[in-house]
Design a protein. Structure first.
Length: 263
């Protein structure tokens, strides 16, 4: 009798306790595990620390990491003519003056992406009209022209006036000062990239220009090099870093306070 009671007790324990399989919660279809709660620190990036540079006293002054290309005194340490010879442009009263027949000048250094500051002045004595009045240009990488022109009360084709990306984009507004007054361009340039095909951009050049502190070109995509006659896309050729060029167009346009930051 005692043996029978013991067997019955063991049977009950197996059925209701020891031998019972634990129940598990089945996952709900389509429900993901709970994610760790976000904290502010998860999106904070501390390294590397941002490089510190010293700004100029004014926005037109060169910051500490800029290369000064012309400060008002000496020309030929940073510039030459297109053949690499000393330039025949003149320096007068702190300005670099284009001389008729002297040709373009270019920087001896070559640049890729950059921020360029350059100040310019058309002659105070008004001579000529349209493209014949205070004409020059700033060429980026020797290929892409930001037009310099006396566009104060001087009508010309819209994509050829001051601050135009010549023959490609007219400026957003005309913010030119009177002839003889100093003006400023601040230019941000992103160089193109190329693949195996040397006649097509992988990423085209982009340009932003502020004239006298006013946005006049807003990250425009250039179609190709500047061409006086022809379609820019037909003249695309693979290139690397290039010089900054200033144009001799026969007018005594002055330049000063030229500096550049490589980006």
């Amino acid at each position: 009798m005692k043996k029978l009671v013991t067997l019955s007790l063991m049977s009950c324990l197996f059925t209701y306790g020891i031998g019972q399989t634990p129940q598990t919660t089945k996952p709900v279809p389509g429900k993901y595990p709970e994610l760790e709660k976000m904290t502010p620190g998860m999106t904070e990036i501390w390294e590397p620390e941002v490089k510190i540079i010293q700004p100029g006293i004014t926005n037109s002054d060169a910051p500490s990491d800029a290369i000064v290309l012309f400060s008002g005194t000496e020309l030929n340490s940073e510039w030459s003519d297109l053949q690499g010879n000393p330039s025949k442009w003149i320096v007068k009263d702190g300005a670099l003056i284009s001389t008729r027949g002297a040709g373009f000048i270019k920087t001896k250094r070559k640049f890729g992406n950059f921020q360029l500051h350059i100040e310019w002045r058309t002659p105070s004595e008004v001579v000529g009209e349209s493209q014949g009045r205070g004409n020059s240009g700033v060429f980026l990488q020797e290929l892409y022209e930001v037009q310099v022109l006396d566009s104060y009360n001087n009508r010309t084709y819209r994509n050829g006036q001051a601050a135009a990306m010549y023959k490609q984009y007219a400026p957003l507004v005309n913010v030119c000062k009177k002839p003889g007054e100093w003006q400023a361009y601040d230019i941000i340039y992103t160089a193109p990239t190329f693949g195996n095909d040397s006649t097509l951009y992988v990423t085209p050049p982009r340009v932003t220009v502020l004239q006298n502190g006013v946005l006049v070109q807003n990250n425009v995509v250039l179609r190709g090099p500047t061409e006086y006659i022809g379609i820019p896309e037909y003249f695309v050729k693979k290139h690397g870093p290039g010089s900054i060029e200033l144009q001799d167009h026969g007018n005594p346009v002055g330049f000063r306070n030229i500096w550049i930051r490589e980006l």
